[in-house]
Write a protein that binds this ligand. Sequence first.
Ligand code: NAI
Ligand code: MG
Length: 509
Amino acid sequence: MTNATTPTQDAAAREQDAKALAGRLSGQVIVGGRVTAGLTRDSFAVENPANGEIIGSAPRCGAQDVAHAVDAAAAACPRWAAVPGRQRSLLLLEAASRLEAEAESIAGLSSLETGNAIATQTRGEARTMVDIFRFFAGMANEAKGKTVPLTERQFLFTKRVPVGVVGAIIPWNAPLMQTASKLAPALAAGNTVVLKTAEQAPLAVVRILEILQQVLPPGVANVISGFGEEAGRPLAEHPAVRKVTFTGSSAVGAQILHYAADKIVPVTAELGGKNPNIVMPDADLDLAVAGIVQGMRLFRQGQSCTAGTRIYIHADIYRDVLDRVIAEFGNSRMGNPLDEATQVGALISAEQLARVERYVAMARDTPGARILVGGERPADPLLRRGYFFLPTLIEGVPSTSPVCRDEIFGPVATVTPWTDFDRVIAEANDSPYGLAAVLWTRDLARAMDFIDRIEAGFVQVNQFSVAEAGIEYGGVKLSGIGRELSPESMVEHFTWSKTVIINHGTPGA
Ligand code: NAI
Ligand code: MG
């Protein structure tokens, strides 16, 4: 890791713009097409994780605000559902264009409140957000049913019907992308939405929703802010919310399933991961080394459910690959997320930093375990005010250790040499999670074997990319239920099927 750059003029100007926007959006939610302070009298502070400065605030919504927003969404529902698909499509395309025009400032604001670097994360994330809106705009007329040949005198068809009001709850790690992943398919399919932002990063999402209001009818897309138990729970429990879509921790995902169970309402849950990244001895090592670094998602400080945090490298190439990975770490630049030269930013909060430090300390106390690189905060005094942590590799941790089993959600991975393919697959599958998995090999038969045997919803060979519009995403086991980002997932999760049989008799009978 090279030293932080002294803040450039460019970064300072960008930071000033982002702060001005944060100030303007502070204390606001959007309900029924109106930007308001909400019904609550309480608010909470929003922090810049790169230096601990308070940059704004957001309303601390409770059940009353939830009810208000759900009422607005319910009132808007029949008319939005009745808008022809092609027309909804045009409106969502227009919304995408307006978001695109503001993408740079949305990215800057997101960097300010998340600590994610603009050059490597939020600018690209804003592009992905626009792309997801465009993609699902094109799908607005694709919620189709089917026809079934039943008998000569009966015609059977199915209709896909919007579910109604969708409750969406998102985390803080990639809020632009997550907002688009929830809103775009739900709206395209004819639903209205109440979205609850994450308490750590509400502002850029409020900006996105503010832009959507320029195009969408009032009440179609609403946003509230607040804490999990106080705002998320009443949203998930509200009787008029007919679908809950959630991204976050597995523990909260399980609670949400309970809330929705009492009213028999479906839930999509994109939860945690502890993803295996396996390198075969025959792999293209240039690709594999780059894939290990990219897979650790260092550009989001490892705060990604897809991150490849259990790295298994064949013993024959183990040291060589590790040396090269560690050298790559040394080339990445950590610093002010708003600086164009910065590649790695800050963790989201003091809480997340403490969590990462706790797991690293646990590894340090494990007999036989060794921290190969990182394991601490950077020494640079410029970075000491923020929640920065060096990319970290840990060797020799038993697979039963929480360091190997829990989602740490930081720039920390375990590395393990292996020699037996069956054993490494078994170890990869010995996890409560089942989200992503990656194998590096030139052997096609091995790759197909891996694909068959690995327990993961998102499997890649010789690449480590993340989901995007049109690429279906989701996990098994503690990683969640349901899929996102594909046309099929839009139809499956944001509409229900009505079976219709018309008994038209036989002509002349
Ligand atoms: P979290 O799961 O507690 O929060 C995610 C969202 O759920 C936030 O909007 C939060 O307000 C809401 N929430 C929390 N409790 C709720 C409840 N009882 N009812 C309804 N909504 C509720 O995640 P948190 O606390 O931010 O991070 C803790 C850990 O969770 C991380 O270290 C990481 O391991 C995991 N996580 C995984 C994510 C993923 O993308 N899979 C994203 C964020 C966190
Ligand atoms: Mg939590």
